[in-house]
Ligand binder design. Structure first.
Ligand SMILES: CC(C)(COP(=O)(O)OP(=O)(O)OC[C@H]1O[C@@H](n2cnc3c(N)ncnc32)[C@H](O)[C@@H]1OP(=O)(O)O)[C@@H](O)C(=O)NCCC(=O)NCCS
Length: 200
């Protein structure tokens, strides 16, 4: 993947979300965003520059992992990972990578999630939509993720979708050359079902 493509995406994201005044752009008449507000589609090779640019946004260095072009393309082909791209109208707002998609163990892992503009409700809506897709399209019983304990913004977004804290997995993430603890959070199918509107 040419570095120029990734740079171009980063510039496009920065231009589209210049900070501060984006917050209301996606709000619906004062209402909160929800799972139906964003469109989630399966990602493919063509989405790799966007994913890489989003992983590399300023301020995300200590929060989210970064893969190379080759790593993303390998993951897209290995049958274990499923990529999802979130759009609001025609604008691409974030991505998520599910590991152990449709695994026989019925446990899915949200390996990575990031939005172009944090704090606008996009992450929460993306995650809510993703959870719906996982539970509807696979037989998963459990969805889990790991978050760095000091990433309170992410934790709040996950809790809002129903994820519960299980505890600390010590040294479970090798990140930037060091081992970091992760807060493990999960959502089980019965918990998801109980949050669905009646008749849904
Ligand atoms: C994590 C992420 C996907 C969450 O999506 P988001 O769109 O920012 O989340 P939301 O806007 O839905 O919710 C953020 C919540 O955190 C709160 N928040 C924001 N900054 C905070 C802080 N410093 N401390 C505590 N809470 C904070 C917001 O008020 C909001 O909670 P509320 O609605 O209950 O008030 C997004 O922030 C992101 O991409 N971050 C960078 C990459 C990353 O951290 N990925 C996750 C790795 S596990």
């Amino acid at each position: 993947m040419p570095e120029a493509d990734i740079r171009a995406f980063k510039l496009a994201i920065t231009a589209r979300y210049p900070g501060g005044h984006i917050a209301n752009l996606f709000q619906t008449d004062g209402g909160a965003l929800n799972a139906d507000t964003l469109q989630l589609t399966r990602g493919s090779d063509g989405d790799v520059p966007f994913v890489m640019a989003t992983e590399r946004l300023m301020g995300y260095e200590q929060l989210v992992g970064r893969w190379t072009d080759a790593q993303h393309r390998a993951a897209l082909r290995d049958g274990r990972h499923a990529y999802f791209i979130a759009r609001r109208d025609s604008q691409t707002v974030g991505f998520a990578i599910v590991r152990d998609w449709a695994s026989p163990e019925r446990v899915a892992h949200i390996k990575r999630i990031a939005v172009c503009q944090p704090n606008c409700g996009h992450g929460r809506a993306l995650l809510a939509g993703l959870v719906n897709v996982v539970f509807r399209d696979t037989e998963a019983h459990r969805i889990w993720l790991g978050v760095y304990p000091d990433n309170e913004r992410a934790r709040r977004a996950y809790e809002a979708v129903g994820f519960q804290i299980e505890g600390i997995a010590r040294g479970s993430s090798f990140f930037g050359g060091t081992y970091r603890d992760e807060l493990v959070m999960s959502l089980l199918r019965p918990e998801w079902s109980s949050r669905r509107p009646p008749g849904d």
